[in-house]
Design a protein around this ligand. Structure first.
Ligand SMILES: Cc1cc2nc3c(=O)[nH]c(=O)nc-3n(C[C@H](O)[C@H](O)[C@H](O)COP(=O)(O)OP(=O)(O)OC[C@H]3O[C@@H](n4cnc5c(N)ncnc54)[C@H](O)[C@@H]3O)c2cc1C
Ligand SMILES: *[C@@H]1O[C@H](CO)[C@@H](O)[C@H](O)[C@H]1NC(C)=O
Ligand SMILES: *[C@@H]1O[C@H](CO)[C@@H](O)[C@H](O)[C@H]1NC(C)=O
Length: 630
């Protein structure tokens, strides 16, 4: 058996390290010289992979996370406060995009990402969803056997434990579900909050009155309108995240410690170390440091390095380590290790335009509880006593809608918008300096997206109904604008330039505008009048004449925080970064496991797909190890 490390040393290191759940899991002085697997980043991608690989006690695993462990703050754990968790900057990369040419005043957009053990999944809005089968099948068609809907469904299920809604919720909100589409027994808890704003029903009646169809089972096809599921623990109505579901069970006092895994938090991996033998690149370890001023340290790897830094950090680290487009690296004086033009290209995100409103007095929303300390205290007491009431509310309703369903344009005008999504047209909107391989990949992707719009099998827009309806978002699905993540310095502590090129493809703007119109139609329906819904933004001054709504979108655009695509799983000749085993082209033992591998974003929020990607990746890596052993 290959057992290069003394288990005694590991046990000693682990036991000296974890007296408290909130203390550092391992101190740098306790690290081994080398591990079988080194995983960079502890979000859904990295923490799942680390947990699964360490199930094999004969393998040693190190996970390095740039951010800290959270302390189960109420802003992280309790739905009532989660919006504040998302806004707390101390757990985030303070990412600001480059100036966006298609936005008013060329303004940049705040595109923060989680920087803590758990990544974005520990501070996001807990929306739990999957895209349409067609969209995952597209991944497979693009050259990735095993990554279609059928290949992924077992891994969606493996990651989760679904608790069905209560009968009262089924009745009130007409929730339907199919047990075949849900996992039970997996680590991430999901289901419905115990309290839901009653006006979720009004939203759904309003959608029905406009002729949209209800989603029979969002976990098997997101199209239509439905109550959203959340990554919430049914028993205590608090967040289920990589920390509670994949870390705590194997660390700390309450867990069953695994002596073969170390987690080092609050350290940035600054470089992946490589050697090239006979033209093949092998990762030999990583460099890391606690701060820009502290010494850079090294740890070596025996088997594989797995990059899970998320869609904005993974491509930065790869490029700083010499893996990227040679002409880009040359400019920074970085020696090219693998010339791989797809790294940091194909960036696409779910941009969104907000519509704000007020509801009549007496209708519950995040506003009334915020303005009423007595009510808030009562509901807080109720929450702590029985995990019921308003503080459990994380809920909202969602609608994922194809273009021809939402548009109110004439058939001719609607067709003209779809005509801009053909390959030939779309190529006009790529950045002129896009590498030819990346262009080829874009062509393959766009061809299928276009087909999906024509067939109505994919969404063009998602309407998010949030906080009791005082905030709604018209969110772009299947974006066609493409941007980049590029380091601007060889210094790993300098943020990369993140340029999503929002709205550079005109169809993206058309889709969001149509979603803004839809929200306006929605709040004028009878079911919405019942709750006295009044529009505040865009507001009565923004009339739907000329390009006024387009101007509103350019002014108000924000992100739904779902960047993907920057280490795309595609054939190498199509600008791919990883192969279907998530191995970086040109390397023998370097993989990417996070949201950045999605070649095209499915019609869903990203988290649950990222968990599934990591569950599948862990099996792939285990199988590779088994095949390599004599
Ligand atoms: C505010 C917000 C709201 C969101 N809302 C939702 C939602 O409601 N539903 C949904 O499905 N999705 C949502 N998302 C998106 C979702 O959280 C992400 O898609 C998901 O977390 C991606 O997982 P990941 O593992 O790819 O990356 P991340 O979650 O970003 O994790 C990457 C981790 O790697 C660490 N890291 C990066 N680089 C390094 C390095 N060099 N060295 C060491 N560590 C490093 C980071 O600190 C981070 O912890 C939201 C995201 C945000 C930010
Ligand atoms: C979209 O329209 C088609 C055709 O009218 C209909 O069958 C389908 O249910 C609609 N989809 C949604 C999500 O409303
Ligand atoms: C809820 O329960 C889960 C599972 O036992 C646990 O991990 C989590 O920390 C709990 N949350 C709170 C806020 O107590």
């Amino acid at each position: 058996m290959k057992s290069p490390f003394s288990i005694a040393l590991l046990v000693a290191a682990a036991s000296s390290a974890v007296p408290l759940a909130s203390s550092l899991p391992v101190a740098t002085r306790d690290l081994l010289d080398a591990y079988d697997y080194i995983i960079i980043g502890g979000g859904p991608g990295g923490m799942v992979t680390a947990n699964r690989l360490s199930e094999d006690s004969s393998k040693t695993v190190l996970l390095i996370e740039a951010g800290p462990l959270h302390k189960y703050e109420k802003e992280i754990m309790i739905p009532r406060w989660q919006i504040l968790g998302a806004l707390d900057l101390s757990y985030q990369w303070g990412t600001l995009t480059t100036p966006q040419q298609e936005l008013a005043l060329n303004r940049p957009v705040i595109l923060n990402q989680g920087k803590l053990l758990g990544g974005g999944a520990s501070l996001n809005f807990m929306v739990w969803g999957r895209g349409t089968p067609t969209e995952y099948d597209t991944w497979e068609e693009l050259g990735n056997p095993g990554w279609g809907w059928k290949g992924l469904l077992p891994y969606f299920k493996k990651s989760e434990h679904f608790t069905p809604p209560r009968q009262s919720q089924v009745d009130e909100f007409r929730i339907t579900y199919d047990p075949e589409c849900h996992g039970t027994g997996g680590p991430i808890q999901n289901g419905y909050s115990h309290y839901n704003y009653p006006q979720n029903r009004n939203f759904q009646d309003a959608m029905a009155s406009l002729g949209f169809s209800h989603t029979a089972e969002p976990m098997c096809n997101s199209l239509g309108y439905h109550m959203s599921l959340h990554s919430i623990d049914d028993k205590n109505q608090s967040r289920s995240d990589p920390r509670t579901a994949y870390y705590d069970p194997i660390f700390g006092e309450k867990g069953t410690p695994r002596p073969n895994i170390h987690v080092l938090v609050e350290h940035l991996v600054t470089k992946i170390l490589t050697e090239t033998v006979n033209g093949v690149v092998r990762a030999t370890g990583v460099e890391y440091a606690a701060s820009a001023k502290s010494p850079v340290q090294r740890v070596l790897v025996n088997r594989e390095v797995i990059v899970s830094g998320g869609s904005l950090q993974t491509p930065k680290l790869l490029q700083l380590s010499g893996i990227g487009q040679k002409s880009v690296l040359d400019k920074l004086g970085i020696k090219t290790v693998v010339d791989l033009p797809g790294v940091g290209a194909n960036l696409h995100d779910h941009a969104a335009a907000p519509s704000l409103g007020v509801v009549k007095p007496g209708v519950p929303s995040l506003v009334d509880i915020t303005l009423n300390p007595k009510l808030d205290k009562e509901q807080g007491d109720l929450y702590y006593a029985s995990r019921e009431g308003r503080w459990t509310e994380s809920g909202d309703s969602l609608a994922f809608l194809p273009w021809y369903n939402i548009t109110t344009l004439s058939r001719k005008e609607a067709d003209a918008v779809i005509a801009t999504t053909t390959v030939e047209e779309s190529l006009k909107y790529l950045a002129p300096d896009t590498h030819p391989d990346v262009r080829e990949g874009y062509k393959a992707i766009v061809e299928r997206v276009h087909r999906g719009h024509v067939a109505g099998t994919i969404a063009a827009e998602e309407t998010i109904w949030f906080m009791g309806g005082v905030e709604m978002l018209s969110t772009l699905m299947n974006p066609l604008s493409r941007g980049t993540v590029r380091p601007v310095s060889r210094d790993p502590w300098v943020p990369a330039a993140v340029d999503p090129r929002y709205l550079s493809h005109p169809a993206d703007l058309d889709f969001i505008v149509e979603g803004v119109r839809l929200i306006r139609r929605l709040i004028k329906t009878d079911p919405m009048k019942e709750i006295g819904h009044t529009e505040v933004l865009p507001g009565p001054l923004v009339l739907d004449v000329g390009d006024a709504l387009k101007a509103y979108v350019r002014t108000s655009l924000l992100t739904a925080w779902h960047p993907t695509g920057t280490s795309a799983m595609l054939p190498r000749r199509l600008g791919g970064v990883v192969d279907p085993e998530l191995k970086v082209y040109g390397t023998s033992n370097l993989r990417v496991v996070d949201a950045s591998i999605m070649p095209q974003h499915p019609s869903a929020h990203t988290m649950s797909t990222t968990y599934a990607i990591a569950e599948k990746a862990a099996d792939i890596i285990k199988a590779a190890a088994a095949a390599a052993s004599p």
